[in-house]
Design a protein around this ligand. Structure first.
Ligand code: SAM
Ligand code: DTB
Ligand code: SF4
Length: 330
């Protein structure tokens, strides 16, 4: 697979994997007439994936609320009153019970989120124990715990962690309007540590935070410009939570969300692109367009970290209507 994917396009017929996308080129993709954009996205999608398969992940918040960071979108920041009660790190057995339930409901990956700026080593040990136990259930594992040192990333790799989620969130220019307690460079460094440790990278962002089209272009340029593309790219539609600074943000035009998914697919053709947060507020038609635009992963189960996600039955019906089936672990 990797031999073929890395070969030149003249031999394989595949488009080359590029890391030098300019903002002008990415802007031009966003500007394409919708049918052209969708055609380009579907062409890229079919070169690397079966378009009828969707990767299924389930999320669990293992440490909720009370976070010292000031991310303006986040209901878990201690600075905002979004009605989220701060809790301690969950016990291993509780997490395992949730992982078993996720597996029997059909998930192939179990993703654990913690409302930390960065984990303390003692906290990391507890998460590593969870990773080992979840791997033993034959589930893929993912964690999102905030910033990591190089040594912490290696420790997670030793425990068997498959993916680490750490988002760039938005463009470098808009970032300072959303988060002030850590900088873009901090995020890039954590991503370097994760990559160097040999863990698959899950890295994407959020749209609908009041950013401009140019910021969405800048976000995709930053993701597609990483030295190695993330294996997984979550595109989140902002979940507008009352009490956060972005609680009253107007909703982004869903077609602009679809365009963002399509441009992520074209620029990072080998990545699994996740139609991530925000599905609860999307109708079936918008979600179907996201799959046509190259999205091939979802979070499955009635809760994201603290906010609602579609009920499993609703997703089963949608998958059936669209003729989509779960992707086997790679
Ligand atoms: N605390 C860690 C961190 O921020 O790196 C890990 C958990 S944090 C909740 C993971 C990601 O969830 C954030 O980077 C952000 O992209 C996404 N997220 C948080 N709140 C969101 C919201 N209201 N809408 C959409 N995405 C959100
Ligand atoms: C990601 O990009 N989106 C997920 C996951 N990575 C951790 C989180 C979405 C959170 C939505 C708000 C909430 O439920 O608290
Ligand atoms: Fe904390 Fe993560 Fe929420 Fe930011 S996104 S406030 S770091 S939990």
């Amino acid at each position: 697979m990797s031999l073929i994917a890395n070969a030149t396009p003249s031999i394989t017929g595949l488009s080359p994997i590029r890391h030098d996308w300019t903002r002008e080129e990415i802007g031009a993709l966003f500007d394409l007439p919708f049918p052209e954009l969708m055609f380009r996205a579907q062409t890229a999608h079919r070169q690397h994936f079966d378009p009828t398969e969707v990767q299924i992940s389930t999320l669990l918040s293992i440490k909720t609320g009370g976070c010292p960071e000031d991310c303006a979108y986040c209901p878990q920041s201690a600075r905002y009153d979004a009605g989220v009660r701060a809790e301690k790190l969950m016990a291993l057995e509780t997490v395992l019970a949730e992982a078993r339930a996720a597996k029997s409901a059909g998930a192939s990956r179990f993703c654990m989120g913690a409302a930390w700026r960065s984990p303390k080593d003692r906290e990391l040990d507890a998460v590593c124990e969870m990773v080992e136990a979840i791997k033993a259930l034959r589930l893929e594992t993912c964690a999102t715990l905030g910033m990591l040192t190089a040594a912490q990333a290696r420790r997670l790799k030793e425990s068997g962690l498959d993916y680490y989620n750490h988002n760039l969130d938005t463009s470098p220019e808009f970032y300072g309007q959303i988060i002030t307690t850590r900088v873009y460079q901090d995020r890039l460094e954590t991503l370097d540590h994760v990559r160097a440790a040999g863990i698959h990278v899950c890295c994407g962002g959020i749209v609908g935070m009041g950013e401009t089209r140019a910021d969405r272009v800048g976000m995709i340029a930053a993701l597609a410009g990483l030295p190695v593309h993330p294996e997984s790219v979550p595109i989140n539609m902002l979940v507008r939570v009352a009490g956060t600074p972005l609680g009253d943000e107007p909703m982004l035009d869903p077609l602009e969300f679809v365009r963002t998914v399509a441009v992520a697919r074209i620029t990072m053709p080998r990545a699994v692109v996740r139609l991530s947060a925000g599905r609860e507020d999307m109708n079936e038609e918008t979600q179907a367009l996201c799959f046509l635009a190259g999205a091939n992963s979802i979070f499955y189960g009635p809760k994201l970290l603290t906010t609602p996600n579609p009920e499993r039955d609703r997703d089963r019906v949608l998958m059936e209507k669209l003729g989509l089936s779960p992707m086997e672990p790679q």
